[in-house]
Design a protein around this ligand. Structure first.
Ligand SMILES: NC(=O)C1=CN([C@@H]2O[C@H](COP(=O)(O)OP(=O)(O)OC[C@H]3O[C@@H](n4cnc5c(N)ncnc54)[C@H](OP(=O)(O)O)[C@@H]3O)[C@@H](O)[C@H]2O)C=CC1
Ligand SMILES: Cc1cn([C@H]2C[C@H](O)[C@@H](COP(=O)(O)OP(=O)(O)O[C@H]3O[C@@H](C)C(=O)[C@@H](O)[C@H]3O)O2)c(=O)[nH]c1=O
Length: 283
């Protein structure tokens, strides 16, 4: 079985690379923005025609939520138009597409976890571009998986977890918002789930929610990182209701995992357990 991973130098891509060694029978091609720019239709066509992929995992995305507000064209180009080209290539060549979407497709006005059939209504450009990307897939092909996830973090790349650790190392004051409730998700957990799905050649296609279990504010998330690293006394951590940003973010974006747990007979780990596990490993 041959699998293409796009955006392989991002944090999810790196987690897939890290765990792919446990699946020696699968041949992976890990392509970065340098080796396969998904906004180039020509590059995609050449690539897909050269190799016969069973699965394509699209980890390539424009993920800067703040910058997207003033880079709408670029956000839509990568998160929507390029996804359409990818979907077309997958459809033409019989490749199953695994795509990652976000909790930011919701407006956050609900008070209970979002299920897959809930109405979408993004409140920032990034969320709107990702939602359009979902539509580009579901309108153009059938053999796809879309996994909406939230608040991804890992030891790799730019994410809230690494930002907090860096600020703690620099002994910077931390003012962290309590205004948003969601679920931090260890990208390693999502990567392992995706690899297992590929390994069993699943064809339970569709849209699913995958984030870790439980709920937290960004403040709760930062606090547990500092407590576990025993840094809470050397850093001045303050809860702040509102933290000024350019982009609006949903106030509530916890995802309901019943569909994915029931379909794939898995138990999704709780965010606290997963965070503590990662902090132990990266010590
Ligand atoms: N991070 C999060 O909190 C969440 C992420 N998601 C989704 O999960 C997926 C993975 O996210 P994550 O790993 O965190 O994101 P990252 O920003 O860490 O990685 C994205 C990768 O995409 C690459 N990329 C950007 N543009 C292109 C392009 N035109 N062609 C090829 N590659 C490109 C980037 O390369 P380069 O750096 O060179 O530009 C980068 O390596 C994305 O779809 C994202 O929307 C969903 C919910 C939460
Ligand atoms: C750095 C920092 C952020 N914040 C706030 C700003 C914001 O409201 C919230 C999260 O900040 P960030 O900018 O790190 O996270 P953000 O870019 O909003 O993260 C999102 O990324 C995209 C890709 C997704 O798909 C989402 O699921 C989500 O993970 O925390 C503070 O309150 N204090 C701080 O020191």
């Amino acid at each position: 079985m041959r699998v293409l991973v796009t955006g392989a130098n991002g944090q999810l891509g790196k987690c897939l690379q890290k765990h792919s060694g446990n699946f020696p029978e699968i041949e992976f091609l890990f392509e970065t923005s340098q080796t396969l720019n998904i906004t180039s239709e020509e590059a995609l066509a050449n690539f897909f025609n050269q190799y016969q992929f069973d699965f394509c995992v699209n980890c390539a995305a424009y993920t800067n939520v703040e910058a997207a507000e003033s880079k709408k064209g670029l956000a839509f180009q990568v998160n929507s138009e390029a996804v359409k080209s990818l979907a077309e290539q997958c459809k033409t060549l019989g490749t199953k597409l695994i795509h990652i979407s976000t909790d930011y497709v919701f407006d956050g006005l609900k008070f209970s976890p979002y299920v897959e059939s809930d109405a979408v209504n993004p409140i920032n450009i990034y969320g709107a571009s990702k939602l359009q990307g979902e539509a580009m897939i579901s309108e153009h092909m059938d053999r796809f998986f879309i996994f909406r996830t939230s608040w991804l973090y890992s030891e790799f790349g730019h994410n809230f977890f690494n930002t907090i650790l860096k600020k703690a190392e620099d002994r910077a004051d931390l003012n962290i918002t309590t205004e948003q409730i969601g679920t931090p998700t260890n990208a390693n957990d999502l990567a392992i789930f995706i690899l297992n799905l590929i390994n069993v050649k699943s064809d339970a296609f569709g849209l699913y929610h995958y984030s870790n279990q439980g709920e937290a504010s960004w403040y709760d998330f930062a606090r547990l990182i500092l407590e576990e690293k025993q840094l809470e006394y050397q850093v001045n951590l303050k809860a702040t209701f509102s933290y000024p940003t350019k982009a609006k973010r949903p106030k509530f974006s916890v995802l309901d995992k019943s569909k994915i747990e029931n379909t794939f007979k898995i138990k999704v780990p709780h965010w606290r357990e997963s965070l503590v596990g990662l902090l132990k490993k990266v010590e």
